[in-house]
Design a protein around this ligand. Structure first.
Ligand code: ADP
Ligand code: MG
Ligand code: MG
Length: 250
């Protein structure tokens, strides 16, 4: 699904990712944990194709294609979905319109017919119900004035609508109460399948009680310094990151 080899990336001339490698197979859920400032959001933005980041070395292959040559739009059309730590507000853009347009662009890229408004509304209502979300979110402008929790729920709603091949969730759990956390996890778990992969970036072990990852990686100083199974997350919860950073430095 995704193969990252020795990725180095910088912003404003500052090197953030310093040789990051990661292999993700189809059907796998990988979690990335790591201290603040270690480059987790940078990784997700580089994978999304945000142009302010400069990739200075390394390769990223997605389903056999050089991902770094694709525009952000092409990446989305090829089935990559990104839930950012700080979702973008689009004042004046209706949320329903935005989601319908996004879904139809992706359906078109997949060679599927577009959904008209009626059928889209049917679909979005079933997704809302499954996620125990309020319909009023649909009438508002995208993320505008949304609380942190509403933004994150809205991201998950988008994700379940778009049915991406590769989902990258950057701290979708931060600032969520337990109910919202459960709902986010439900959305993620409902999409788990042998054809889909997920990269879940989180600060907290708590999310991983709900979304059980196949692999856990620790990102520190722009590199993955340790990989393991979900027991690694429990170990980190108990011991913090210091011991791993010391080991990596040695
Ligand atoms: P994390 O998500 O792991 O907390 P980030 O990827 O957000 O870390 O940030 C990694 C490092 O990159 C931090 O030291 C941060 O200050 C730096 N950084 C992020 N954005 C910029 C920017 N626009 N200009 C300069 N440095 C930045
Ligand atoms: Mg952070
Ligand atoms: Mg971050």
């Amino acid at each position: 699904m995704l193969s990252i080899k020795d990725l180095q990336a910088s912003i404003n001339g500052k090197e953030i990712l310093k040789g990051l490698s990661l292999e993700m197979g189809a059907g796998e859920v990988h979690a990335i944990m790591g201290p603040n400032g270690s480059g987790k959001s940078t990784l997700s933005k580089v994978l999304a194709g945000r142009e302010e980041y400069e990739v200075t070395s390394g390769t990223v292959t997605y389903q056999g294609v050089n991902l770094l040559e694709l525009s952000p739009e092409e990446r989305a059309h090829q089935g990559i979905f990104m839930a950012f730590q700080y979702p973008v507000e689009l004042p004046g853009v209706n949320n329903t319109y935005f989601m319908q347009a996004s879904l139809n662009a992706i359906r078109k890229a997949r060679g599927e017919p577009e959904l008209n408004s009626l059928n889209f509304m049917k679909l979005v209502r079933t997704k809302l119900k499954a996620l125990e979300m309020d319909e009023s979110l649909l009438k508002r402008a995208v993320n505008t004035g949304f609380s942190g929790g509403e933004m994150k729920r809205n991201e998950i709603l988008q994700m379940t609508l778009l049915e991406p091949r590769l989902s990258i969730l950057d701290e979708t759990d931060s600032g969520l109460d337990i109910d919202a956390l459960r709902m986010v996890s439900m959305g993620v778990n409902s999409l788990r399948s042998p054809e889909r992969s997920m990269l879940v970036i989180t600060h907290y072990q708590r999310l991983l009680d709900y979304i059980q990852p196949d692999y856990v990686h620790v990102l520190s100083g722009g590199r993955i310094i340790r990989s393991g199974d979900k027991s690694l997350a429990l170990e980190l919860e108990e011991k913090g990151y210091g011991w791993l950073q010391e080991e990596a430095a040695a």
